[in-house]
Design a protein around this ligand. Structure first.
Ligand code: PLP
Length: 227
């Protein structure tokens, strides 16, 4: 998970507009409130032609993925007619779609995107920023209700660990042992917790993250990899 700088999406939009390229927004992770909006393209202000989605549409209670098709693509399919072969055995399964509709009703009623934008997202950002002071953390950043920590050998120099050491997996091992689900992508530790989390639960999660980082630091010091 890499959070783009503010200049990223305007520049992508400029390039695709200039060359007439279709823009696909992969929102498998970041739709349905995750970044404080129903879709990430709303937060970042770009205009996709196609949007892929999954996870949050049913909150994972039943598997469902899909693609939203914008007018630019739909009009070609409609105008040219004929057969649009894109089906899978269980495409459009009514049970999965009914679960999605029920789930979206709850999300709407509880205003979960707004809750992320105005309440738990800013609170997570504030608490996550504190982790930036940990000796093992080179970068701590959030976007809505997702967070990423880059583990670094020397934070002042932004020095990465030797990938052979598998520091991210070492840290993940401590997380799982202490009952925290935090994924390792290389040496970047990422979380995407439930959007119904309370401030108290965020505090509990931060305590666990700190304990995992401390345990990882002890291991690295014992291995002579950190002072
Ligand atoms: C951003 C993103 N896109 C696509 C996928 C893959 O989705 P699927 O397993 O439905 O192919 C994932 C899976 O986690 C993902 O995080």
């Amino acid at each position: 998970m890499i959070i783009p700088p503010d200049s990223y999406w305007p520049e992508i939009q400029r390039i695709v507009d200039k060359y007439g390229i279709l823009l696909i927004s992969d929102e498998v992770i970041c739709a349905f409130g995750r970044v404080g909006h129903w879709f990430a393209y709303e937060k970042f202000g770009y205009r996709p032609d196609l949007v892929t989605f999954a996870k949050g549409v049913t909150s994972g209670y039943i598997p469902l993925g899909g693609v939203m098709v914008g007018n630019r693509v739909a009009e070609v399919l409609i105008e040219q007619g004929g057969e649009f072969n894109h089906g899978y055995t269980y495409s459009g399964h009514p049970v999965a779609c009914a679960v999605a509709l029920a789930n979206l009703d709850v999300m709407e009623k509880e205003n979960l995107p707004g809750r992320v934008k105005d309440d738990i997202g800013p609170y997570l950002a504030k608490r996550f920023a504190e982790l930036g002071e940990h000796p093992l953390v080179g970068l701590a950043e959030t976007c809505g209700f997702m967070g990423g920590l880059v583990l670094s050998k020397n934070k002042a120099m932004h020095e990465a660990f030797d990938p052979e050491l598998g520091v991210g997996m070492l840290c993940r091992g401590h997380c799982f042992r202490l009952g925290l689900i935090m994924r390792a992508v290389g040496d970047r530790m990422i979380i995407a917790p439930p959007l119904v989390m309370t401030h108290e639960q965020i505090d509990e999660m931060m305590t666990l993250i700190r304990r995992c980082l401390d345990a990882t630091l002890v291991d690295l010091q014992a291995a002579g990899q950190m002072d």
